[in-house]
Design a protein around this ligand. Sequence first.
Ligand code: HEM
Length: 443
Amino acid sequence: MKLPPQPKGLPISGHFKYFRTDPIQFMLNTADTYEDIALFKLFNKKIYFINHPDYIEHVLQKNYKNYHKSPGYKPIQLLGGMGIFTTDGEEWLRRRKFYQPAFTNSSIQSYTSTVVDNSNIMLGDWDKQANKGQKVNVSMEMTKITMSIISETLFSLRIEFGTELWENTSYALSWLGKRVLKTPFVMPVKWPSKQNRKFHAAIASLDKLVYDIISSKEEKNENPEDLLSRFMNPEDEKLKPFTAKELRDEVMTIFIAGHETSANVLAWAFYKLASLPDIQEKVYQEVSALGDKELKFEDMHDLPYTIQVLSETMRMYPPVWHMGRMNLEEDEIGGYVIPKGSHVRLSPLALHRSKNYWDDPHTFNPDRFETEKAKQQTPFTYIPFGAGPRLCAGRNFAMMEMVLILAKTIRQYKLSYSGPEVEMAPLMTLRSKGDIFLDISQR
Ligand code: HEM
């Protein structure tokens, strides 16, 4: 059987060591050299790595029924159980229906005031830090604000954000990130290594948070319209209600999926703006043209350049930087037979940085998302929110939240960064290697 070209690897373990040491560079290099399709080997397991928009459209959209989430997603079940992210077929569809009412345009519009209020609290805190001449840790600040927003909008609850919550979430996601990349060649999760014990402790404390969220909702429900209420009492009578375990899994999934991704994009966007003063100035000009009034949902129409900055940030730093699927039946991609049960992997990061589809792909240039230019993009070359039926359920929520936080912050503060280029870290999502600290000064 004809196989796709393979990067050089070791005789027995194949490319395992690259997945362990520098998976980001390995995927970028492979995409650069082999372009459309390549084969990775982890010992005797083959992974088909696709990087052509037609193949991506085929797997995520045209033939999606033949592609379930790959075994690489199994480790995510240690955190989110069998939630919407890791289920397939009928079970996935049932879950997706629970989400729909909370993500309509009017629901998203109703969340705007929570985003604005939380931004004002954060910017007030930054005032104190600026007065003392302290740098701001934007990685932590963005996690804090996005966690608050997700809990207040979707669960109608305020949560206490402390160092422990931040450390536990970061540890769990970094542990899982490594495991997803190396599956199926991972130590059993029950192995009592120091890292495994730390992971279990982090999950136990996140579990406690999720169960506290659920029980406080059961005791007092101040908002029967929010997502958690809809999870507990679906309006659609035909929907089979969640069991207690299903509810826990879904709340954990949305708590993590709903903050970690947007927090990363915002931290990268602030880092880029702080490093590129001309682009920051253009955002400032755009938002200051709206005056001092409080921003509303409708103002997003007048912030096209701010949206372009976020789109460009997600091109260069897509939080979901790789995805995996497994085919139920034999298939053919690019002239190669893909045997039933194969692992197929794709990387929005590699695709978004492909020289075949993007001019000067490693340069941050929001102008490429200017309306007329964006129309000329080849379909399926820009997929930060995925594609096809499994497209991100929270994409419009995320855009609203990110645009308002970015615009409000730049209206009030000038950001600057002096230091070495920040590198990418392959956690579950694409974070920075180390937290990003920026200098801020009041405008
Ligand atoms: C910039 C922010 C975000 C990015 C880049 C992002 C990206 C993604 C991607 C790529 C997927 C598809 C994964 C796959 O097909 O394997 C996904 C799925 C999902 N996202 Fe997001 N996401 C973001 C924010 C959010 C937010 C704020 C929420 C909720 C409030 C959310 C909820 C979900 C859910 C529920 C799914 C599963 C959809 C399904 O399988 O049907 N996401 N996201």
